[in-house]
Design a protein around this ligand. Sequence first.
Ligand code: ADP
Ligand code: ZN
Length: 725
Amino acid sequence: MDSQNERLRELIARNWGYTTLRPLQQEAIDAELSGRDSLVVLPTGGGKSLCYQAPALVSGKTTVVVSPLVSLMKDQVDSLRTTGVNALQLDSMQSDSQLRDARAAILRSEVPLLYVSPTRLLSSSFQSLLQKIPIGSFVIDEAHCISHWGHDFWPEYRQLSRIKEIFPGVALHAYTATATERVRQDIIAQLGLTDPAVLVGRFDRPNLVYRIIPRRESLSQILTVLGRHQGEAGIIYCIRKKDVDELTDALQAKGVRALPYHAGLSRESRRDAQEKFAQEECDVIVATIAFGMGIDRSNVRFVLHSAMPKSVEHYQQETGRAGRDGLEAECAMLYSGSDGILWRSIFEKGAAERATGESLAPMLSHLADIDRFCRGAVCRHRVLSEYFDQTLPPGPCGACDLCLGETTAVADALIIAQKILSCVARVKGGFGINHIIDVLRGGDTERVRKFRHNELSTYGLLKMHSKSEIRDWIYQLLSQDLLAQETGEFPVLRLTELSWDAMKGTVPITLIEVSRKTESRAESVSWEGVDRGLFEHLRSLRRDLAASRGVPPFVIFSDTTLRQMATVRPSSLDGMHRISGIGEVKLRDFGQGFLSAISSYSDERGLTRDQRAASTAKSAPRPTPQKSSSEKIRAAELFRRGATIEEVAGQTGRSRSWAWETLAACVESDSMPSIAPWVHDQTVNRVREAVGRVGQERLKPLYLDLEESVPYDEIRVVLAFLARE
Ligand code: ADP
Ligand code: ZN
């Protein structure tokens, strides 16, 4: 096994140009190599494909990959072929002669990776073809499509349960990014996996910055977000087709290269939009949720929800399409309390049309979950992880509106909360949010008069605040369980045990200001050292090459690779080869072209060459207490011996920011006696004083209070150190 693994590592370096593996890739590869069934759950961008593609090349047999969409297969096959791998696909769009050629190549055992649709796989002609060749294993991509409990149920996938009957001796590997336990169990049962290795990765995506912004003037807020991403790729999700059309028109009128995508458009216009987006001829797709399954563009820099999606799973999946290359990306949502009501009416209408008497309960409970998520005042990364039963190390994440300090805490939160809670207590139950707001604002409504609520002591207590402000606070109290909402035909508010503690003033309460600043994130590390002009220059070269080969640009090189080129500016093919993501075939095919482009650009501007590569910023996953994380253990050992950040990054093959984050985790959990080797004593004292002034809930205020002189990484380590005191 060891020598086989070594060979595989060499092969990955040679073909893909990757010298390190991502979390769980090794374990997934081991299952492939040893022929043990497996279920691999890795988040979008986690690197699932490499896990089965690389082993397929050493097996000497054909690995059959089942994928739901022709476009998904095409992207994979294009990518592999550009890497020098003879992959093929069989789909319904191919001509007879193409099919004949493909069959011949398969019979000659020249095809290590064969992509097929589920229907094709189980057709009798294909079965008889498969009987004639040695099959390495079956791989089911997007395996959650087999489950009713998933959110993308694909009826054709159900038939895949027959694979084990027909090919009992061949290993079966299921891959998905969908996380819930129920779906996982269903996949194992449906496919009949035998004693599978179940590998579940971390769902947190540290490179995504989450922001939830109260929706006021939708269009101008959308343009503000777009302004942060000029010329970059993004997806804007809307609830209804009509919203898609209107928004696309408005954006086009402002000169944005945007295209619409929804089920009401013709198949051609949808395909056209998808292709233009993949080819980088269009920057922004405005879509209903139908868009995304077939899209593999890895450099999507933002996903904007113009309204709340209908479940946390959808949110996770849709935002997951951003930043698959591991570079930072923004996920912004414009939220309004009315979004839930709109969804509800859509569900009801759909159910009435289908007239199957189905229960709306599961959908409504998903809706309640996402609503609570949006209103919350707790770190977005943390809440999302917890939703999927995973935990994050303590401390601010540095990548959500709340932790970045873009929201401001309300100074007299306790008093405001007490006013709201006593109002709920005084009306004695049975009233919903709107009525409570009316009473608190001293409104003169029919209901107020009817129930004589104008005589309550809480009447008019929050007169000076707007309706929407009070509504947001109520939502925040709900998210902290300081108040509860009973769902029924009319949702009503009621007190909880915690409410009484809050009224007594014995629990801490945070409320956040709703008028949020929408500043962009502090200079993002992933652009460190990158010459942006050169990056754009290389991007256009990549676009031309892609067009001439008829493949999407990311198939040529990922943005990560281009940014490294624009940082290092190699002066030789050798230097080029050292950049991550450039294997031998790509070096041969594109190396010289990119080298010349870098030369002429650098010469014109007098730029020095062969610079050191900066870290790939946020691309490294957050350190976790995961057992399998051998790099983390190694890093901890090194730190204990006083190794520097650079040394640890070098020896583990991870980025500097990963090393810093790991250091913070070690300091906190492994009781490192001192942080003197990494942070100056004076800095520790300064941070301690700053904490005294502005608290430690959020990083940004600390950073600003320290006059931007202490990097975030160091602040995090000091906080971890102080947490132990
Ligand atoms: P998934 O299918 O899990 O969403 P992909 O297989 O598309 O993810 O991989 C996401 C990106 O990460 C791709 O650009 C891929 O080439 C890259 N990648 C995969 N494995 C590695 C690795 N070990 N090192 C660097 N990049 C990797
Ligand atoms: Zn956070």
